[in-house]
Design a binder for this molecule. Sequence first.
Ligand code: FAD
Ligand code: MLT
Ligand code: ZN
Length: 458
Amino acid sequence: MSDDAFVSALRAIVGERHCLTDPDLRAGYETDWTRRFRGSARAVVRPGSVEQVAEVLRLCADAEVGVVPQGGNTGLVGGSVPRDGEVVVSLRRLGDVETVDLDAGEATCGAGATLAEVQQAARSAGWEVGVDLAARDSATIGGMVATNAGGANVLRHGPMRRQLIGFEAVLADGTIIRRLPGMVKDNTGYDLGGLIAGSEGTLAVLTRVRLRLVPPLARRAVAVAGFGSAAAAVEAASRLRRALGTVLALELFTDAGLELVMRHASAAPPFAERTPFYLLVEAGSDEADPTDGLANALEALEVGEAGAIANDAVGRRRLWELRERHTESVNAEGIPHKLDVSVPVARFAELAERAPDAVRAVDGDARTIVYGHVGDGNLHVNILGPAPDDEVVDDAVLELTLRLGGSVSAEHGIGIAKVDWLIRDRGEAAVEAMRAVKRAWDPSWILNPGVIFAQPDS
Ligand code: FAD
Ligand code: MLT
Ligand code: ZN
């Protein structure tokens, strides 16, 4: 089929307005959030129904054209943008939040609904979504399931896969599979939704999702405390976890990161004293106000003046922004190299202290900003300076992570950024088992080619 005939067939499926071939219109879909990864698409299509997604996939399978599923394009490992003439399938138009089941505490939505839209619907029905992250206004539920997104509350509720109880998806050949509404208890053979979760668009295109919701906590308090070392902050985190009833989040950031947030997000420091490391903790309760308990626990840590606490919504948000606005503030300084890694919690402080040294050893001019989810052993290592395609610093951090017994991807995925590291992390046998699943689901290898694994003939 000629290129023109192929594009005309796409137009016939989704309509003229929703098939973008003009380079200016395609541009926003072709560059990732960090600006490190970009490529050109044959076309960007915006289907308005699952049937249209199925037809597009059937056409692409027949023409052997690769497909890149895209939600909010907030992914940080290059998996959401084209590499070489694929068709980008944007799911944003499938954005309805269809139902919130009040009694069961479950919500069904289109894959293109943003996290913020589902949070709003859940809250107005007296429930809460178990996963939360700073990209909430753009990240879609489909993209979050596809990446098995984590975020700040994994400590309490687990990542996206744990919230998933039903789905509708289109396979590479255009077949629609559906398990909706989905049941909390459902041992009917393989957990296909669980397999699609974290598959980064390489096994199926999600079109609809059913999530379990969690009961909201009536009262919350947030504190930030300062520490002289990562080890002291991590030790405090584990003491707080033991001392407090319900801990929702335990987050680490550094003074270098705070400096960037102050510069780019007009934030004020949490307290007058500046310390090398900061720990943010959020505690919650259904009944008694957790503020006193949190304040007492902080006092026991003897942080002196280097502590701040808030229980009103504005004060809590102000403290949270110090941590959440790191991503955009790092981006405002330059195109970052982002390494999202995890280690056993016992090695977390060592990783946080040693990662900047590992970077410095291979690039004396690079700047390293670390922050992360202490409770999950998940550190985000952000490096500014090296050219986007210079991977020397990436390799240094991933090498250190593996030496500390960790994982090269904690929550962002493999994408195209870490393909070469998958085998080193998981081993040949495990990766071959993954490839066997890929071959069975997508024999022509059209779904997100190059993501997670290199294509077989390359
Ligand atoms: P996209 O970026 O569009 O796509 C991501 C991947 O999923 C791609 O491989 C894509 O092909 C695939 N995909 C997208 N939609 C579908 C679909 N419907 N069906 C099949 N495959 C699909 N991530 C975390 O885990 N924790 C965080 O705390 C966190 N914080 C962030 C903060 C900021 C400011 C930013 C910019 C990003 C953050 N992220 C975080 C990363 C990102 O938000 C998540 O990876 C999110 O899950 C991506 O959702 P998306 O809709 O933007 O997906
Ligand atoms: C975070 O925890 O802030 C996110 O995962 C995004 C990032 O790594 O910058
Ligand atoms: Zn994170």
